[in-house]
Unconditional design. Structure first.
Length: 274
């Protein structure tokens, strides 16, 4: 465990970029060879839009990174946060508890609030407009949402009392998990179901991208599925019935046009069909 702590304490930016790009490339190749859904779309054009949003997310996080670093260091220096208030535990248990809590506050809670608060939903909506869910869809976040999620991440670090190595470890696992659960692939049903008892599986997350309520408002988990099961937001749907997108924006000129996607948060809000 100490080797992992040492690595993520000083992980170079180039390594983080390689994990991001390598993950996209890896799942891109798999879904191109054995896709779950044979989408009738221009894969490169679709990827171009989603990679644009990936780059804006990187820029936002880079510009605000010093806040996260200062917050994590402050929690360590002042012994603040849940991890610092718990009894001493071995390094592995410390890491698992910390990752679970970061996932709860920085990801699950953030995602839930974005769906429930209308102003925040305006920005998160861009992620749900994608009707061709593939591995590039995972980072399809409006720049405004990137800021919102950064705020929740920082709050999570403060509340949990996470050292920076744990934040970097969580973010790395999150990137890979997001690419995996959005990839246009499927696991054998029994393996997917078994996985979903603890981790977010491809089928589980794709239900969240079904185009109508109540499925859109379910399965908020990022890495761990336990929070959805614990708080009653877990839902299932046969993979054969999945239709991706969101019912308020199903026209290609709305969900596949970069200029329109950037302006959606400032357009008149539409009510879902169900």
């Amino acid at each position: 465990m100490q080797e992992i702590i040492n690595y993520f304490s000083t992980i170079p930016s180039s390594h983080r970029a390689l994990i991001l790009a390598g993950g996209i490339a890896f799942f891109w190749l798999i879904e191109s060879a054995i896709p779950f859904v044979k989408f009738q779309y221009n894969k490169w054009q679709h990827a171009g839009i989603n990679i644009f949003f990936t780059l804006t997310t990187i820029i936002v996080n880079f510009c605000l990174a010093f806040i996260l670093l200062k917050t994590a260091q402050w929690t360590v220096d002042n012994q603040f946060g849940i991890l610092n208030w718990l009894p001493k535990m071995n390094a592995w248990l410390f890491a698992i508890v910390g990752l679970l809590l970061l996932d709860l506050i920085g990801a699950y809670l953030a995602h839930l609030v974005e769906h429930k608060v209308k102003f925040l939903w305006r920005f998160h909506l861009i992620h749900h407009t994608d009707t061709w869910i593939d591995t590039t869809s995972g980072n399809r976040h409006h720049p405004g949402e990137s800021v919102i999620r950064f705020v929740f991440t920082t709050f999570g670090v403060l509340a949990v009392g996470s050292p920076m190595w744990m934040v970097f470890l969580y973010q790395t696992l999150s990137v890979v998990a997001t690419q995996f659960t959005h990839a246009n692939i499927v696991l054998p049903k029994n393996i997917d179901k078994l996985m979903s008892y603890f981790l977010v599986s491809p089928d589980m997350h794709k239900v969240h991208h079904h185009y109508v309520l109540p499925y859109t408002d379910s399965n908020y988990g990022n890495i761990f599925s336990v929070w959805d099961r614990l708080f009653g937001t877990f839902k299932t749907l046969d993979r054969e019935k999945l239709i991706f997108g969101v019912d308020t924006h199903m026209k290609p000129e709305e969900h596949n046009n970069l200029k329109n996607l950037l302006s959606i948060p400032f357009q008149k809000q539409r009510s879902p069909e169900n």
